[in-house]
Ligand binder design. Sequence first.
Ligand code: IFM
Length: 462
Amino acid sequence: MTESRAFPRFPAGFVFGAATASYQIEGAAREDGRGPSIWDTYSHTPGLVANGVTGDIACDHYHRYPEDVALLRELGVDSYRFSIAWPRIVPDGSGPVNPKGLDFYARLVDELLAAGIEPAATLYHWDLPQALEDRGGWRVRETAERFAEYTAVVAGHLADRVPRWITLNEPWCSAFLGYSVGRHAPGAREGRGALAAAHHLLVGHGRAVEALRAAGVREAGITLNLDRNLPATGSAADRAAVVRADTQHNLVWTEPLLAGRYPHTEEETWGELITGQDFRRDGDLALIGQPLDFLGINYYRPIVVADAPHREPDPALRTATDNRYAEVRLAGARHTAMDWPVVPDSFTDLLVALKERYGDALPPIHITENGSAEHDEVSPDGAVHDRDRVAYLRGHLTALKAALDAGVDVRGYYVWSLLDNFEWAFGYGKRFGIVRVDYDTQRRTPKDSYHWYRAMIAAQRD
Ligand code: IFM
């Protein structure tokens, strides 16, 4: 069998892309009027990010974007998903707009279009202006309003050239890693604060969709990191733990967005933390549940869930993620450098289950991220023979095709990530790129996975 025969085949018009995010690659943290974000504050706080690194320089994409767009053109992708740094556009979170920030994204978009690549812009990939966090961050409704204003500014500037817009990336991480687990900026460990953040993120999404529609964009959507939660055993306790995990990871987003309701399992999941939800207002569900042109899904791994006692003995310290479940290591599976199990079938299962649950209310799907961090090594010939990443991508694209064959309307796939980058609290040690970045020299080296993905895209056009 030839190599190209082994590639899964996708329908004509299926979008292949690559994705990145502003704070993870741009650097230039204090240049051209960019204000501080919560990730600047978090990464500069000693002890929070592995090896004490920051995104100050990252991949220096702010200066090297022409080289990175050339890599995308050579890769043959249809689309490039990047994110816009809110603090470059509105440095203080509200008030004056920074024209140099807008100019940077206009230049990037023009470079992409000249290379024949469709831009797909994410408005919020976690770099909240610090000034807004100082006023309560996502715990307060005002942040959703400021997000809508910023969206209107950016869309007013770029809507004519950017066809696909994503309001939020993985709001689960913003709300729960940011305000409950404390492993993402702003590093809070709260109960109701995290639940209020989840709600205000959704309100911000709804207000941003309104702003995108007013600007006349072609496609508006949101990206969720949905989980495929599996019970560790068949016990009733483990199955109940899966319901709680599903509620927090999936239903808290999909129910308001796709079904116009809050999850019916929220009280058994959060107990007193969710009672008397004073952050919810009449009309919010209609705002949040506006029709979308697509749903973005980021998918990496299944999660095996077991019942677990409360981790906090003191109820006063109870956080929104302390809802009696624990993740269990999946025996027998290969694990990536993130220690995530590789189970491609779970990708098919997640998508099919979503279709079964929401039926026609499910908009077309774009897989806005999928990929793996591996223990890459540079060979003596200078290449990176990342066979595990190639196997991961092949497995997941094959699983994705199985979901299409089962009737799920998936329109696109973006590999995460174009470049090795700042992997949040893990720093630069975890490499997700299909292009290696040498952080001392900023030299880019396409890995074997880049060449494999390029050949896979080319084979679709044979
Ligand atoms: O690097 C992140 C990205 O920012 C959001 N989705 C998951 C990726 C890998 O952890």
